[in-house]
Write a protein that binds this ligand. Structure first.
Ligand SMILES: [Mg+2]
Length: 263
């Protein structure tokens, strides 16, 4: 598998990384950046209960492959909006972010992620994280692991605070269906616009939509297959150049793919 891949990208000079966060940089069984707060005792128990009900109601729609795009899009916006309203209702405080990440320990990186970030930083490779999760938690988790470098950009839902209390989010909601090239702000587009090649990494087939249409077929696409069913694997093999299983890690990626060796 890797021989063919290395042939495909042998002429690559410069590239950047476009990656999902939840269960791509974190392990396949890690809590998500939305779920992390529910594992903390800082927030009201009613928040946890109501959040669970929202999940039970909306999650089946999210994974329903037969539902039309517009209906599903409307439901996803509704889900994210309702969850954000809960953060406001239960007065989520800015000071919780650091404590939640430090104390719950329910986010954990796949093996080799820290080394991968160090490596990309040392070699000036931009890493753009596009996530439908909560950016504040992602940012804090990277900081606590010492890898929130200046070549790392997080495009996600950032909770907005006034006097330290949540009032909503900054900008538009990024949810599982609209997580595509249009989410990327011009400031980040300017940084990557002259870099011809891109590595896209995700744990869902829709994650490849983070890359512009015109660049998608030439991109190197790496997918982590977390719930390995035959149907899902077939779909992954169609979309990704490299399919790693739920325990796939970044040590192997760096060991096997020539462009990451930087001699
Ligand atoms: Mg993910």
């Amino acid at each position: 598998m890797f021989d063919d891949i290395n042939k495909k990208i042998k002429d690559w000079d410069k590239f950047y990384i476009l990656t999902d966060f939840d269960r791509t940089l974190t392990k396949g069984n890690s809590e998500s950046s939305w779920g992390v707060l529910s594992k903390s005792n800082l927030i009201d128990k009613d928040y946890i209960e109501t959040r669970g009900k929202l999940y039970e109601y909306y999650r089946p729609y999210e994974v329903d492959l037969t539902m039309d795009y517009n209906t599903k899009n409307r439901l996803m916006v509704e889900w994210w909006s309702n969850h954000i309203k809960l953060l406001v209702k239960y007065k989520f405080r800015e000071e919780y972010i650091e404590k939640v990440i430090r104390d719950t320990k329910v986010l954990s990186f796949r093996k080799g992620v820290v080394e991968f970030f160090n490596n990309m930083h040392n070699n000036n490779v931009p890493i753009v994280i596009v996530s439908a999760g909560i950016g504040n938690f992602i940012d804090e988790f990277l900081k606590q692991n010492g890898i929130m470098y200046d070549n790392v950009y997080i495009i996600s839902n950032f909770i907005k605070f006034v006097d330290g209390i949540a009032v909503g989010i900054e900008g538009n909601i990024i949810h599982s269906l609209n997580k595509n090239e249009e989410c990327i702000p011009d400031s980040v587009k300017n940084i990557i616009k002259d870099i011809e090649n891109v590595v896209v990494i995700g744990d869902g087939v829709d994650d490849v939509k983070m890359v512009d249409d015109e660049k998608r077929s030439d991109a190197l696409k790496i997918g982590f297959l977390t719930d390995d069913t035959k149907d899902k694997r077939d779909e992954f093999l169609k979309v990704f150049d490299i399919v790693l299983d739920t325990n796939g890690n970044f040590d192997d990626i760096m060991k096997e793919i020539d462009i990451f060796k930087f001699n």
